[in-house]
Design a protein around this ligand. Structure first.
Ligand SMILES: Nc1ncnc2c1ncn2[C@@H]1O[C@H](COP(=O)(O)OP(=O)(O)O)[C@@H](O)[C@H]1O
Ligand SMILES: [Mg+2]
Length: 243
């Protein structure tokens, strides 16, 4: 089982959204996914509950936040039942974060690339590195840029990328664009693929330009999620080969 943790002490940095996009695309590629929702807000648990209420299949094994005492037992219990475990952390630095890092093959730190957010993300990197030192092993980690502009690379984004390179902090090549579809999946317990299918049905019979206006951003959202997932899966298999 590969374990991927989303960490960043800053709330609203994009952890839960990025975790869900990854989960859906890994599942779509045929692997099984368990998710540990460690945020007291329980966004992912609620997403699953919404689906269950509507009689829709819940494609992941979603587990609510275990407490510190039961965290490691919960991870052990999941081991062997899923190909991937995705841990979505809450936006604070606590003991659970250290436990989660200790169980991870990869820690991803999403943030919007602005100087202020970059400072918080750097703190998350330090946390991962310190946890690694405590365990006498290095834990693979990478920053990821999220909520970026689809059309242009801002100067902030360029500056932050340069700075991370100068400081030897790995950053995923794929950035996640700011897209309305990524917010909508949480509104009614949707998968991105379902939003796309629904939109395709709705635009049947309308003009080509109207179809394009609706479908283009959704197709782009889907492609972005796929590219990012591919990069993460590749990273994990490279790491495994190197181990
Ligand atoms: N790529 C994205 N495009 C559009 N909105 C996003 C994106 N990533 C996150 N958001 C929005 O930003 C807010 C915080 O995101 P969330 O994933 O809940 O962060 P966290 O889990 O770190 O608190 C939410 O309103 C979410 O819909
Ligand atoms: Mg969250």
């Amino acid at each position: 089982m590969f374990t991927i943790t989303f960490a960043n002490p800053k709330g609203g940095s994009g952890k839960t959204t990025s975790a869900m996009l990854l989960a859906e695309q890994i599942r779509a590629a045929g692997a099984t996914v368990a998710i540990l929702d460690c945020d007291p807000n329980q966004n992912i648990v609620q997403w699953g509950a919404q689906r269950a209420e509507k009689g829709k299949a819940v494609p992941f094994n979603i587990r609510p936040a275990p407490n510190e005492a039961t965290f490691l037992d919960t991870v052990d219990a999941i081991r062997g039942t899923a190909d991937y475990l995705i841990i979505d952390l809450e936006g604070t630095a606590n003991q659970l974060v250290t436990y989660a890092i200790s169980q991870s093959d990869l820690v991803l730190i999403p943030f919007e690339p602005t100087p202020m957010e970059a400072r918080q993300a750097a703190r998350a990197v330090q946390l991962v590195r310190n946890a690694g030192r405590m365990m006498s092993r290095s834990v693979a980690h990478a920053l990821m840029f999220v909520k970026v502009n689809a059309a242009i690379q801002t100067n902030d984004e360029k500056d932050v990328r340069k700075e991370t390179e100068a400081n030897d902090i790995p950053v995923l090549r794929s950035a996640i664009v700011r897209r309305a579809a990524y917010t909508r999946i949480f509104r009614d317990g949707f998968l991105l693929g379902e939003l796309l299918e629904q939109a395709r049905d709705e635009v049947k019979g309308s003009t080509a330009s109207a179809q394009e206006r609706v479908l283009k951003p959704l197709d782009a959202a889907m492609q972005n999620a796929r590219d990012y997932t591919q990069e993460v899966v590749n990273l994990l298999s490279q790491e495994k080969a190197a181990a």
